[in-house]
Design a protein around this ligand. Sequence first.
Ligand SMILES: NC(=O)c1ccc[n+]([C@@H]2O[C@H](COP(=O)([O-])OP(=O)(O)OC[C@H]3O[C@@H](n4cnc5c(N)ncnc54)[C@H](O)[C@@H]3O)[C@@H](O)[C@H]2O)c1
Length: 323
Amino acid sequence: MATYLISGIAGFIGSNLARELVRRGETVRGFDNFQTGKRENLEELKGKIEFRELSLLDATGVKDVCRGVDYVLHQAAIPSVPKSVLDPVTSHESNITGTLNLLIAARDAGVKRVVYAASSSAYGDTPALPKHEGMMPNPISPYAVQKLCGELYLTSFSRVYGMETVSLRYFNIFGPRQDPTSPYSGVLAKFITQMLADRPCTIFGDGEQSRDFTYIDNAVNANLLACAALAEKVNGRVFNVATGTRFSLNQTFKMLSAIIGYSRNPEYQEPRAGDVKHSLADISKAHQALGYQPTVGFEEGLRRTVEWYKQAVLTMTARGMPS
Ligand SMILES: NC(=O)c1ccc[n+]([C@@H]2O[C@H](COP(=O)([O-])OP(=O)(O)OC[C@H]3O[C@@H](n4cnc5c(N)ncnc54)[C@H](O)[C@@H]3O)[C@@H](O)[C@H]2O)c1
């Protein structure tokens, strides 16, 4: 058994990682400053994890929280392209300075390995598909630059200080506890909450834009494999975490309508500026080095997510989540 530190543990991916580690009987410590994370994501974990309210920017606190840790799963970030465009300095601070603080603390604490939540936004809007890790990064937004910079810092720390690091480039992770305003797969949470309330759904553009939507359990699994993999296969490297398949918004809308029993047609509006048309990952590198393969497919992931929202939707509406 090992001790895992999850930064951003109150967030969507961080809280799902914590639940799985607790289920496996591991020791879990986590911190969050609730910038976008939610206290209710930690409710189920009360008494099962050690939690500290802490910002990545508190270098002393971060040093303290890293003591005695075996693996760091670094999920904390301000994960928003629009926020990074409006206020690049604030997102730079959490996403780059915060990452650097955590890496220094992990190095000084003798942590075995740091696994980092990188982003497919590093690929930018180049039309070539599928995206593979050998492609030249082409980040567009300040957020994409920041996430890519984090990867480079991890690789640097593995080369310069001999600390083991792995970066996982997530592609559109979705599932229970995702905020419907999430820039990634928030559209799925949005469709689901609108359909369950029998409200109209909006599709921006013609709906033929497609994504490599990845159910959360696959991302959780990739993180745990990244901790366990042989260092010579993964240290200092970057891996796509996705499914290697893509679905359009029109297909997704139909699948969700069938699962939920929703009978309205979508309302189409002008495409949003800057939306990438298609996204698809090559996951062969993660398969070879980590033994990663998706275990929950898209449709099954949608079913599980709908089930969760059915339970949660009333509470979420009462709390004023945007629809
Ligand atoms: N969801 C996706 O599809 C996706 C895709 C690519 C990359 N990512 C990356 O995965 C990670 C997790 O994303 P998520 O979807 O769970 O988002 P999220 O917003 O639910 O989680 C991020 C967490 O980090 C916390 N946080 C932010 N700044 C902090 C700071 N300075 N100190 C401490 N905590 C801080 C937030 O409060 C939140 O709980 C992020 O690093 C994001 O960039 C996510």
